[in-house]
Design a protein. Structure first.
Length: 111
């Protein structure tokens, strides 16, 4: 298990805003970890002082499990400019795509 510590230094934070800042920081990082498939034990701690916000996750898994996503492209019989547009919009090269048969015919995909 790994640890994550974030300390933010700022101008003086008023006492009535420190509580909401702690909550918002924790919620934001929990959402980020969930979105990026970063698993952790639910023992995160947040602290604040008038000049600092501190966030600490003590037990984060070292391995991140990434989901593989297939991106559907144009039909293989589509004009070259449609295929070029698909390549540019996904920042990939022609050798990165593959053909796959679907119910609508043969289509380019990127994984």
């Amino acid at each position: 298990m790994a640890e994550f510590l974030l300390e933010l230094f700022s101008e003086e934070i008023p006492a009535n805003l420190q509580s909401s800042a702690r909550i918002n920081l924790l919620i934001s990082f929990k959402k980020f970890f969930e979105k990026e498939n970063i698993n952790y034990k639910n023992d995160a701690k947040v602290f604040s002082t008038p000049n600092r916000l501190v966030l600490c996750f003590k037990k984060i898994e070292r391995e991140i499990h990434q989901k593989s996503e297939e991106i559907r492209g144009p039909n293989t019989k589509a004009p070259d400019n449609a295929i070029e547009g698909f390549l540019k919009s996904n920042l990939i090269q022609k050798q990165d795509i593959y053909k796959k048969n679907t119910d609508k015919g043969e289509v380019f995909f990127y994984k």
